[in-house]
Design a protein around this ligand. Structure first.
Ligand SMILES: Cc1ncc(COP(=O)(O)O)c(C=O)c1O
Length: 434
């Protein structure tokens, strides 16, 4: 059903939205429209009190006893089990640890070792990925292929299926592309990788908590993901990793720290990996970060009572479609254009707008001006060409965004473009983090 593109129609949709109560779980600053949950999720209302409790009671009073008494030691698995429910994994298969980059290092190492054990290993020298995959994934893969005399090959996502062949060891993709929001077909690509004899490794940084993910349904081999985006775990929240049970005990990942040992408190000098996914732990879990992450994950799981991920996905699609429709109506002639999949079914929970290749709009400055006015998205530089443009990114988190927020955001963008206020020199000054 097409809704009128008016503010009152948006307000009516909010009033009828069964997910609307979920917004109350967050501590949103007044006057801010937050469209950057794909980069850093917002603060859940429960987090400050929970972290205070961990600091004051569990650490302050309990001291070292809290590793047992407050079950700190179980956090990687306990929070992992909760995330597992969001990504189609089973309890006991996923742990929270380290950063996404570090987890990628572990699982890609494991994947390459497993590939090396195949009878045709000598021929399989390629890690295949997408050219516009998030750079940290490519950097980690570069390091590993260099160590192993292999090579990383980067293609456009549409070229991947025909390239999968007998020299490919691992297909390493991010399910939802950080620039375009394009969502890859995890099941189809995994099946194609397997048919070619390769393993499939997925980065769920922009999918966990944002779109339905079914790791078992897709028969994926390995996955990693991020805690601070749609899982609302807070800045630098620990990340997660998952390994299919058919692989998990085949190889001990290379960061063989004591927390991944079969018996860490026996303190024996020789490393012996824990059975199962626990071997993917390395050092002491960051308890404060894990406690905050658990609060964030709980905000997503709270949707289970209201239709769960399918309901969240349906609203996220509606928010994205509304944004695109409004952009087309209100920003026509501005030079900004939606960039990424036309079809909502092929898009994650974000929409990007490409800045014109003629340089008439400084996307960075425009985003800074928008942020100053209370609408927070972000900017991702490309090479400025029509094919790889500079992008304004807008994330749509259905847990806390309202339809009126989308309306007001496009309104502010239209006003800024009309007034040209973004041209003030101060907006063009680049900060360390864009
Ligand atoms: C696809 C993807 N992977 C990984 C990361 C970040 O990894 P890390 O948690 O190591 O900083 C990001 C951050 O934006 C990302 O978009």
């Amino acid at each position: 059903m097409k809704h009128p593109l008016t503010r009152s129609a948006c307000a009516a949709r909010d009033a009828a939205d069964p997910l609307a109560p979920l917004r109350g779980q967050f501590d949103l600053p007044p006057g801010v429209i937050y469209l950057d949950g794909n980069s850093l999720g917002v603060l859940p209302a429960a987090t400050a009190e929970r972290v205070r409790q961990v600091i004051t009671d569990e650490w302050g009073r309990g001291l070292i006893r809290s590793w047992n008494d407050a079950a700190w030691i179980d956090l990687p698995r306990r929070v992992g089990d909760k995330i597992a429910r969001l990504v189609g994994a089973r309890a006991g298969e996923l742990v929270v640890a380290d950063s996404t980059s570090v987890n990628l290092y572990k699982v890609l190492s494991a994947a390459l070792r497993i590939a090396q054990e195949q009878p045709d290993a000598r021929a399989r020298k390629v890690v295949l990925s997408e050219r516009s995959n998030f750079p940290t994934d490519l950097y980690i893969a570069q390091s590993l292929v260099e160590q192993r005399g292999m090579r990383l090959e980067l293609l456009d996502i549409d070229q991947i299926p025909q390239r999968l062949g007998e020299d490919v060891a691992v297909l390493m993709l991010t399910q939802v592309n950080y620039r375009t929001g394009r969502m890859a077909d995890m099941a189809a690509l995994t099946a194609q990788a397997h048919a070619a004899g390769a393993l499939a490794l997925w980065d769920l940084a922009h999918s966990a908590g944002a779109v339905p993910v079914d790791l078992h349904g897709a028969d994926a081999d390995f996955a990693v993901g991020c805690g601070y985006k749609y899982l609302n775990g807070g800045p630098g929240a620990p990340a997660f990793c998952w390994v299919h049970p058919r692989h998990v005990d085949r190889f001990r990942q290379p960061l063989s720290g004591w927390m991944g040992h079969a018996a860490p408190f026996v303190f024996q000098p020789g490393y012996e990996p824990a059975p199962g996914i626990a071997r993917y732990l390395c050092g002491t879990p960051p308890v404060l970060g894990m406690a905050a992450l658990e609060c964030g994950v709980d905000t997503v799981l709270a949707a289970e009572a209201l239709g769960g991920m399918p309901a969240l996905r349906a609203k996220s699609v509606e928010l994205g479609e509304l944004f695109i429709d409004l952009v087309r109506e209100r920003l026509a002639g501005s030079g900004l254009r939606p960039f990424g999949p036309e079809q909502a079914a092929r898009r994650g929970s974000q929409v990007s707008l490409a800045v014109p290749a003629d340089g008439s709009i400084d996307g960075y400055a425009l985003m800074q001006a928008l942020i100053e006015g209370g609408v927070i998205g972000d900017y991702r530089a490309g090479d400025g060409s029509a094919e790889h443009p500079h992008l304004l990114r807008f994330g749509f988190t259905p847990l806390y965004l309202r339809f009126v927020d989308v309306f007001d955001a496009v309104q502010r963008l239209a006003e800024l473009l009309e007034s040209g206020a973004w041209r003030e020199a101060r907006f063009a000054r680049k900060a360390a983090v864009t």
